[in-house]
Design a protein around this ligand. Structure first.
Ligand SMILES: *Cc1c(COP(=O)(O)O)cnc(C)c1O
Length: 376
């Protein structure tokens, strides 16, 4: 996940009431491995994955490649490293990569495209909440030796910053067509592609067919402690193996970690609709409270847009006081994410708490009169 510039990662647990365990909705990365997952990890068959291969990692890579309909997959320590490897593979130094202005690669990866691959990031603002084919097409520069040339496009599905929004297959195909026409590579950041598939009924492989490389994460909704995979053609993944090593992502007995991902695919993939239902219930409870507006959730992420004059930090602090941890996304937007460790009962209790906190804080905060955008 990413955090907005200049804002705290969330409140320390010590700021929530001591007598109760807080309901932690700051991210779907906060889940702890279950007892069964820990057992699967402890019992994993392992080898040296840098030297000559770890059998459990191989098993995971084969399975993920099959699920996504790609020739090959590589297991990575993080989604960020997998994304950055894809950027390296699909671009050339001194070119640009076009992607949604609110995407993870633009905002939360330490300018990796510039620092690691020598590529300029070109943020594209969608006509709607997410970059669409029309906006992308309008951003294409003319082919000319005087004009900076693009080498790749990236999409994010679900789109985190837009509130776990699912990009439809139709829109993705249209984006792919723009990429093909311009002879550009296309990467899909599918950290939550599992959620997109569960919510839309579109098969993972149909989504994946819209991109040359696809990243999926195991440590978000699937509840594994770490890890992601990058998929694509065999030739790209052979090169990707070297890039992963260069970035420091070669791991030895990594079957211990891959076993958690395999366990998650077997046991946690099918329950993602529960998170989506919990997000909807929470969103309905909160929408309208104190003048706040909730973006109707497609999946497991709920974005709350605050009424004028109420800063995100005030709501986050009030909710934490009442035992619910949510995260500031910007000064005017707060995010709540549903996951393996958040039950339907917790979603309901959290909804009531945040509703009450919104009502209280929006009354306590005087509304700014004549607030001008130019006033900063
Ligand atoms: C979390 C996330 C990533 C990065 O994954 P890490 O494993 O945390 O590095 C990339 N893209 C999106 C959309 C994410 O939400």
């Amino acid at each position: 996940m990413g955090q907005p510039h200049g804002l705290p990662h969330g409140l320390p647990l010590s700021q929530s009431p001591i007598h109760m365990t807080p309901i932690d909705l700051r991210s779907d990365t906060v889940t702890r491995p279950t007892a069964a997952m820990r057992r699967a990890m402890a019992e994993a068959e392992v080898g040296d994955d840098v030297l000559d291969g770890d059998p459990t990692v191989r098993h995971l890579e084969t399975r993920v490649a099959e699920m996504l309909g790609k020739e090959a997959a590589l297991y990575f320590p993080s989604g960020t490293m997998a994304n950055q490897t894809a950027v390296w593979l699909l671009t050339r130094p001194g070119t640009e990569i076009l992607l949604d202005a609110g995407s993870h690669i633009v905002n939360y990866e330490g300018a990796g495209a510039a620092a690691l691959s020598g590529v300029q990031v070109r943020p594209v603002q969608g006509t709607g909440p997410v970059m669409d084919a029309a906006a992308l097409k309008a951003s294409m520069r003319p082919r000319s030796p005087h004009v900076l040339q693009a080498s790749a496009i990236a999409v994010e599905n679900t789109h985190n910053g837009a509130g776990g929004k699912v990009l439809s297959l139709t829109e993705l195909q249209a984006i792919r067509d723009v990429a093909r026409e311009a002879e550009l590579g296309i990467h899909m950041d599918g950290a939550r592609l599992w959620n997109a598939s569960a919510a839309s009924g579109t098969a993972l492989r149909d989504f994946a067919a819209c991109a040359d490389t696809v990243m999926v994460s195991f440590s978000k909704g699937l509840g594994a402690p770490v890890g992601a995979a990058l998929t694509g053609t065999r030739a790209l993944m052979v090169e990707g193996w070297l890039v992963r090593k260069r970035f420091g992502g070669g791991m030895r007995q990594s079957g211990i970690l891959a076993a958690a991902a395999l366990h998650a695919l077997d046991n946690h993939l099918a329950r993602l609709p529960d998170d989506h239902a919990n997000a909807r219930a929470f969103a309905e409870a909160v929408d309208g409270a104190g003048g706040a507006r909730v973006v109707p959730p497609d999946t497991n992420i709920v974005m709350i847009d605050l009424p004028a004059g109420l800063d995100a930090s005030a709501l986050v602090a009030a909710a934490a006081d009442a035992g619910v941890l949510i995260a500031p996304w910007s000064h005017t937007r707060v995010r709540a994410v549903f996951h393996l460790d958040a039950t339907a009962d917790m979603a309901q209790r959290a909804g009531a708490v945040v509703r009450a906190a919104l009502t209280k804080t929006s009354k306590a905060t005087p509304t700014r009169v004549n607030a001008s955008p130019a006033g900063g």
